[in-house]
Design a protein around this ligand. Structure first.
Ligand SMILES: Nc1ncnc2c1ncn2[C@@H]1O[C@H](COP(=O)(O)OP(=O)(O)OP(=O)(O)O)[C@@H](O)[C@H]1O
Ligand SMILES: O=P(O)(O)OC[C@@]1(O)O[C@H](CO)[C@@H](O)[C@@H]1O
Length: 303
């Protein structure tokens, strides 16, 4: 079974307008709401690519109900722990010049609700796949991903997509794969990274810190897969970016779908990149057909 974990889900409010003017009343041209949060997006991508998964995490209030109802409608299985407060709303605003985001705060997660989640996670079995994505609510410890890794069977392969202290701590739990983007890599080491060689050098440090595999995504500039067998560069397809929200999650979802099918790691990487780009080139998260159409354009070479 594939499980995704979203500690900090969101209702994403996607707003488009021609030009945002600061300090003025701006009228939106169109807006719509989506169930969001990184692990939830991974579950949706897995569904689109033909894989069932169970989405875990915390939801609460009217926004939490919206997420559960929407996922039910999309036939994505959920087993959330309910909390008192409202799940946050994240605003994603796009005008002709910029994509901007305002992400809300998580509701408080009481200790007994955390324990309820940890009990669910302890039921995972050998050969299950767990994908833990996104930020950690402020009321949870920053090393929660590491605690989870240490509490589950060692044979469960775990993919982690998070940043900052949560990622640094998670590495100590020896995850199968982590997926920072190049900026998140800069943040961890407190450096400016200018070249691909530097990305590889800092990516390799994540291996030393505990990861078995590292994928560094670099938006339209390609992606790197780094592990103890070597370093691979993956090219990204060319196209017009329509909505990049969830592109990174689609990379993770595509990669995980390949893992579930027993593909080689470089094929998982290719599928991941095609999925990321298919999502970036469309309004919604990628469909299977869109991913298949882009696969040919993704070349993976060993450096
Ligand atoms: N301009 C682009 N052209 C082609 N593909 C893109 C572009 N931007 C993003 N992608 C696709 O999405 C993947 C993930 O992109 P990115 O590096 O921006 O991840 P991220 O920062 O985690 O994404 P997110 O916007 O979801 O936070 C890339 O590897 C690529 O496949
Ligand atoms: O605050 P986090 O957890 O880092 O990211 C949350 C988020 O920006 O990530 C998804 C896109 O990747 C969105 O659905 C959601 O709003």
């Amino acid at each position: 079974m594939i499980y995704t974990l979203t500690l900090n889900p969101s209702v994403d409010l996607i707003v488009s307008l021609e030009r945002f003017v600061e300090g003025r009343v701006n009228l939106s041209e169109s807006e719509y709401k989506l169930p969001g949060g990184k692990g939830i997006n991974v579950s949706q991508v897995l569904k689109n690519l033909g894989h069932e998964s169970r989405a875990l995490g915390f939801v609460g209030g009217f926004t939490g109900r919206f997420i559960t109802d929407e996922l039910d409608r999309r036939e994505v299985e959920t087993d959330f722990v309910e909390v008192e407060g409202d799940t946050r709303i994240n605003i994603k605003m796009k005008d002709q010049r910029f994509e901007s985001e305002v992400n809300g705060n998580s509701p408080a997660i009481p200790q007994e609700r955390l324990e309820e989640l940890l009990r669910k996670l302890r039921e995972l079995k050998k050969d299950d796949l767990l994908i833990m994505s996104g930020s950690v609510p402020k009321t949870l410890p920053a090393d929660i991903y590491r605690q989870i890794l240490e509490g589950i069977d060692n044979d469960i392969r775990v993919v982690i997509d998070t940043k900052g202290a949560a990622l640094e701590e998670a590495l100590k739990g020896k995850p199968y794969l982590v997926k920072p983007n190049n900026h998140e890599l800069e943040d961890i080491f407190g450096v400016r990274i200018e070249t691909q060689e530097e990305i590889v050098r800092y990516g390799r440090k994540l291996l030393e810190m505990g990861a078995e595999n590292v994928v560094v995504s670099m938006a339209g500039d390609g992606a790197l897969l780094i592990n103890h067998q070597g370093t691979y560069f993956g090219s990204v397809p060319k196209g017009e970016v329509v909505n990049s929200v969830g592109a990174g999650d689609s990379l993770v979802g595509g990669f995980a779908s390949g893992m579930a099918e027993g593909l080689s790691i470089t094929e998982c990487f290719r599928r991941g990149i095609a999925s990321g780009s298919a999502s970036a080139f469309s309004e919604n998260l990628c469909t299977k057909m869109e991913v298949e159409e882009l696969m040919e354009q993704v070349r993976v070479e060993k450096l």
